[in-house]
Design a protein around this ligand. Structure first.
Ligand code: HAM
Length: 401
């Protein structure tokens, strides 16, 4: 599991800040739930990778519980529980701590924070546009552009239709999707073997691979509409059609998407899609839904690579230091006054030589005041802008209280 030292927290705050600002900008309402869920709710989708990665345990009353590997089943449970009272469509967001017992690789950890955006109760593709557009907005707020990333989109419905036209019956599609999702992660021969295990003959396996070369999505009205509306919403340059996007979770029913860095160096930045049947499978009324999960791990690696390791720690506020014990109270009084004016003040805790004080101040603060005996005598010190080296006078008079 992860420890967050202050330098790591600076990155987390930068990333979470963009998540929250983007969600607020698009009027998603925050919600939350406990990280412990019933194992049964989380594991109902057998055959999926995440199902096998769940941390689970029995509590003292022998209840079978688990740490959530994702938020979507919890969201579906919460919505189904209050389906009569809630007004739809609802737009909900959360930053959920998730746990997956998976092999630790670049971009994949056993614990991660996952920003979730979901719109429940809307069949129109405008829901996809809002969800994807908000995630693109967050990436832009973090300092990336569409030259750094692309959202790869496809449609499981379209792929299902194409498989059916090749003679592969719908009841085999879930298996085919799970196998095709492994493309790029394992050799094609192994995927072919998985397809044969799923009941496909040689001709059907060949047809399936041929379908995966499709570059044209004009037969899929919802994809055509998505690309058109993305133009209006201002993020069409972030979208690419990619029939290879399948998604490993079996609840997706329509448009699916996954965001990658353009250089192909990192794992998926975020992923999601439409899942119109999940609520019914847990006892709710039929309700269309679309959403995504956006982890903190990959995007932080990408930001460090593109913006620099130190890009999260901007010097801010004012450092206040003093030369001898005689100026200690004067410095403390100045800190009190500046803080009451809303400033962030890093007060030195012991007397220092000016050189040492300014060296440390330069790492964390934008400005600095160093109080020596002469300054106390004059009642005025110098406030130095550490970037421009400009100096202004600052009064050392006590705060009016
Ligand atoms: P997912 O593709 O399994 O989808 O995960 C979504 C994102 O979470 C990934 O793209 C990645 O950023 C991050 N992530 C997943 N596992 C890890 C890990 N072990 N370490 C670091 N980051 C990770 C879902 O979970 C769906 N529930 C998303 C969703 C919400 N669909 C509809 N609404």
């Amino acid at each position: 599991m992860r420890d967050f030292y202050p330098a790591d927290m600076a990155w987390r705050e930068k990333v979470f800040g963009a998540f929250r600002d983007a969600a607020r900008g698009a009027a998603f309402e925050p919600y939350d739930a406990c990280v412990v869920e019933s194992f049964e709710l989380l594991s109902r989708k057998a055959g999926e990778e995440v199902s096998e990665q769940i941390y689970h345990f029995l509590d003292k009353s022998e209840r079978h519980l688990a740490l959530r590997p994702e938020m979507t089943p919890t969201l579906a449970r919460m919505v189904a529980q209050r389906q009569k009272e809630l007004s739809f469509p609802l737009k909900w967001t959360t930053i959920a701590q998730c746990f997956r017992y998976e092999r630790m690789t670049k971009g994949r950890k056993r614990e991660h924070y996952q920003w979730n955006l979901d719109i429940v109760g809307e069949d129109s593709v405008l829901a996809e546009v809002e969800v994807i557009g908000t995630a693109v907005d967050a990436l832009r707020r973090m300092g990336l552009t569409t030259a750094d990333f692309k959202v790869h989109v496809s449609s499981r419905r379209m792929l299902g239709e194409m498989l059916a036209e090749s003679g592969i019956p719908p009841e085999r599609h879930a298996q085919v999707f799970l196998a095709l999702d492994k493309r790029g992660k394992m050799p094609d021969e192994e995927i072919a073997a998985m397809l044969r295990d799923g009941g496909l003959g040689d001709a059907e396996v060949a047809a399936t691979f041929a379908i995966m070369d499709t570059k044209d999505f004009s037969r899929c009205p919802e994809l055509v509409e998505l690309f058109r509306l993305a133009e209006v919403a201002g993020f069409a340059d972030a979208l690419v059609f990619d029939i290879g996007v399948i998604r490993g979770l079996s609840y997706y029913t329509g448009i699916v998407f996954e965001c990658f860095d353009t250089k192909g160096e990192f794992r998926a930045i975020f992923g999601g899609g439409r899942y119109d049947n999940l609520l019914t499978t847990i006892g709710g009324e039929p309700t269309g839904a679309v959403g995504l999960g956006f982890g903190d791990v990959v995007v932080t690696e990408l930001l460090k690579a593109r913006l620099g390791e130190d890009a999260a720690t901007e010097p801010k506020g004012i450092a206040v230091g003093f030369m001898t014990p005689g100026e200690r109270e004067c410095a403390l009084r100045l800190a009190r006054r500046l803080r009451s004016e809303g400033e962030c003040v890093a007060l030195a805790l012991r007397p220092q030589k000016p050189k040492k004080f300014f060296a440390r101040a330069g790492e964390t603060s934008a400005k600095a005041v160093f109080v020596g005996p002469d300054d106390v005598a004059k009642g005025v010190a110098r406030l130095k802008d550490l970037a421009t080296r400009e100096e202004t006078e600052i009064c050392l008079a006590p705060a009016k209280s």
